[in-house]
Write a protein that binds this ligand. Structure first.
Ligand SMILES: Cc1ncc(COP(=O)(O)O)c(C=O)c1O
Length: 398
């Protein structure tokens, strides 16, 4: 009995993304030339001015505890960013800086959920949402955004999924894994349903700067006072500023929720790293040119990848509008013969591609779509070219 471990912890699913990445890394270490399409992070270095601010923080002795929910100067910078970029008016006491976007989200669920509370998760979804919700004693409720709807859900679907136990809806736009973006019109309709039914929105806007083409990123909380009150806007520095390792995420919410998150964080981790906070301040306040250079480069890769995949047999994708992923429909490959074996599922397909063609893709069963895999274009164009050549060779051989 004494040795019985937490049922909740034991029920957490290990991340399949990490499993395939680990296997690909091992093959690389053994000298195999693997193309890894699994990357969930930019291949660029953190901008030099940001690194400089961190070095300055170290040499000037900014290496002690800060307030648990982040420094005032960084909260003020986040407020400025929210005002200018998202048209959202938050005061510093509504901001919590955490150890990465994931930490922000898990604080949110800890702060808002009671056991049995339902959280509506549009599928396909980022694979961490269901596990985070369950760890905070919530119950994930899925609604499906089919391909014909651009992998997005409608306000009507949200409304139909609401019960008297519903606490919140998660909205991730631009989306990981699909790269889709909700339009202002779609968001306004969803906001109306949220307000009418008095639930909350957890708006995960982590990829908000990585938007291409005509589409625009719109923050759902910006529409009116009623939706603003019910929304926790989550973002971070990881993806847009190539700062995945620095671990800085943040939220804008009501003062009440910010206080709860801050007190949870004060016991769990204390402040986010002081040096990374200085770096984040420079990222937000300093020149933005490196971020734009990365976005332009991602856009070139996006177009190249989408156009090539669109011409391949058996597989297809919708044009991604944001983030750095292509969500590939491989339904037509299921049950195809490969070396005398029927390809049973996308996990097996990913294994075949890795073992026989040295290409790592992310099968998306854990993202709610077992007939898709995800390709990241956060790798160089040469790597993308080489990897797509291999996938094409596999497909043409079928
Ligand atoms: C949709 C989404 N939200 C949040 C995060 C968390 O980012 P971070 O690395 O800052 O924890 C990720 C990272 O993959 C993500 O894809």
């Amino acid at each position: 009995m004494a040795l019985t471990l937490s049922k909740k912890a034991m029920a957490v699913k290990a991340s399949s993304t990490l499993a395939i990445t680990a296997k690909a890394k091992e093959m690389k270490a053994n000298g195999i030339d693997v193309v890894g399409f699994g990357a969930g992070e930019p291949d660029f270095n953190t901008p030099e001015n940001v690194c400089g601010a961190a070095i300055e923080a170290i040499t000037s002795g900014f290496t002690k505890y800060t307030p648990a929910s982040g420094t005032m100067e960084l909260k003020e910078a986040v407020c400025d960013k929210f005002r200018e970029f998202n048209h959202l008016d938050y005061k510093p006491n509504q901001i919590v800086i955490s150890n990465g976007g994931k930490h922000s989200l898990s604080n949110v669920f800890d702060a808002i959920l009671n056991p049995g509370d339902e959280v509506i998760i549009p599928s396909p979804y980022w694979l961490s949402y269901p596990e985070m919700v369950k760890l905070s004693d919530g119950v994930p409720v899925y609604i499906v955004g089919p391909k014909a709807q651009g992998y997005k859900v409608t306000a009507k679907q949200v409304e139909e999924a609401i019960t008297d136990k519903t606490k919140a809806l998660i909205l991730n736009s631009p989306s990981n894994p699909t790269g889709m973006i909700y339009s202002e019109e779609e968001l306004r309709a969803i906001a109306d349903v949220v307000v009418k039914n008095d639930i909350m929105v957890v708006a995960d806007e982590m990829y908000e700067y990585l938007v291409y083409g005509e589409d625009k990123h719109v923050s759902i909380a910006s529409f009116n006072e009623e939706i603003y009150k019910r929304t926790i806007t989550c973002s971070g520095l990881s993806k847009s500023y190539a700062m995945t390792g620095w671990r800085i995420g943040y939220t804008g919410s009501s003062v009440e929720i910010a206080k709860l998150m801050s007190s949870i964080q004060s016991h769990a981790t204390s402040n986010p790293n002081s040096i990374a906070q200085k770096a984040a301040l420079e990222a937000l306040k300093g020149p933005q040119k490196d971020m734009e250079i990365m976005r332009v480069e991602f856009n070139k890769r996006r177009i190249y990848m989408y156009e090539r995949v669109s011409k391949m047999p058996y597989i297809s994708a919708l044009e991604p509008k944001g983030a750095f992923y292509l969500f590939v429909d491989v339904q037509d490959l299921m049950d195809k013969d490969y070396k005398g074996e029927k390809i049973a599922n996308t996990e097996r397909l990913a294994d075949i591609l890795l073992e026989d063609y040295s290409v790592a893709v992310v099968p998306c069963a854990d993202f709610g779509f077992p007939r898709n895999f995800r390709l990241s274009y956060a790798i160089s164009i040469e790597q993308i070219q080489k990897g797509l050549d291999r996938i094409e060779e596999f497909l043409k051989g079928l």
